[in-house]
Design a protein around this ligand. Structure first.
Ligand code: FMN
Length: 336
């Protein structure tokens, strides 16, 4: 292994102290650019892209992103080793810092293609998938999984899963600390109803100390993030809190690395202006970017005015950067 690859891996490991979860329809490139302004250090995940889509679909649209987003991980969905390997080879030139396999998503569409959380029942197939992905490139391959599905016993299934998949060469797992129930719950309910079991994930780190184990699920504050890191876990992954309340959990997050880090909420708005201007210039719509910014002042005076001005104003003809100033004025007014 060349030294640059080794360095790459250590940067990626380090970045995982805190990461922003893959979220379909949410963590697109605009969202990641926005998040990156607030945290220079966190690993940012793409939405899941299926391997067949990468192989057969428009590469630039599915895989393109801005250099400013690094470190960034591509999440793939799939269960055909050859197809996943082909997708990895196609993704490599885009320069992702990591490629992640989704073994946690319970949606029907994903189940019918036999990928996502249903793969918790097929660890041998997951091992084949990651072996093929690792063979296809030098980019680190990681797995995001659940603690089990349906009536599986997580105490039995999870260590077996980690043992078998790590034997195929993956050393880095992100564990969403709740089961997925494949029948009867919507994807949204599957993120809320099955109980969280952080202790089990901590025990997995104790049982597999050589593996990088990151925990995910219900982490809504930097205090809890720090507590879980102090408990010995290698990283915390935040999903909904990062999206809905980035001003609390991404601004200041770089302190987890002992770094002063990125911009505060107001400076982030300013720094988004040239990015939005370039997007408008190239024929894009403002809403495609500002929809990710609605939660920026969550929980602070003016949050409601910010959200209202931005969401109502963006639909009006000719909406431009001035709208951000109008929305900011609401924040100032309500805060005064
Ligand atoms: C809108 C939305 C879309 C999601 N899409 C994905 C996805 O594409 N891949 C994936 O592995 N998990 C997906 N998830 C699950 C999150 O990555 C994460 O595991 C889950 O939300 C629990 O973390 P949290 O409690 O911090 O939100 C999604 C979650 C949400 C809210």
């Amino acid at each position: 292994m060349g030294s640059s690859i080794k360095e790459g891996i250590s940067v990626v490991r380090d970045a995982h102290r805190l990461s922003v979860a893959p979220m379909m329809d949410w963590t697109d490139r605009h969202c990641r650019y926005f998040h990156r302004l607030m945290t220079k250090r966190a690993m940012l995940y793409t939405e899941m892209v299926t391997a067949p889509a990468v192989v057969h679909g428009p590469k630039e649209r599915l895989l393109g992103y801005s250099d400013a987003e690094h470190p960034v991980a591509l999440q793939l969905g799939g269960s055909d080793p050859a197809e996943l390997a082909a997708a990895v080879r196609l993704a490599v030139p885009f320069g992702y810092d990591e490629i992640n396999l989704n073994v946690g998503c319970p949606s029907d569409r994903v189940q019918s293609g036999c990928f996502g959380a249903v793969l918790m029942e097929r660890p041998a197939l997951v091992a084949d998938c990651v072996a093929a992905m690792l063979d296809a490139s030098d980019v680190p391959v990681t797995v995001k999984c659940r603690i089990g599905v349906d009536d599986q016993d997580p105490e039995v299934v999870l260590p077996d899963f980690l043992a078998r998949v790590s034997a195929a060469g993956v050393t880095h797992f992100i564990i969403h600390a709740r089961k997925a129930w494949l029948q009867g719950l919507s994807p949204k309910e599957n993120r809320e109803i099955p109980p969280l079991d952080y202790d089990l994930v901590k025990r997995m780190k104790a049982q597999f100390p050589h593996l990088t184990i990151c925990i995910n699920g219900g982490i809504a504050s930097l205090d809890l993030a720090r507590e879980l890191l102090d408990a010995g876990l290698d990283g915390v992954m935040l999903g909904r809190a990062a999206y809905h309340d980035p001003g609390s959990v991404l601004v200041g997050a770089d302190a987890l690395w002992g770094d002063t880090g990125g911009l505060d909420a107001f400076a982030t708005v300013e720094a988004m202006k040239p990015y939005i201007a370039a997007h408008l210039e190239s024929g894009g719509r403002m809403h495609q970017i500002t929809r990710h910014m609605l939660g920026l002042f969550h929980g602070r005076p003016g949050a409601r005015g910010w959200r209202r001005v931005l969401s109502e104003g963006v639909a009006k003809p000719g909406a431009g950067l001035g709208l951000l100033d109008l929305a900011l004025a609401e924040v100032m007014r309500e805060a005064a």
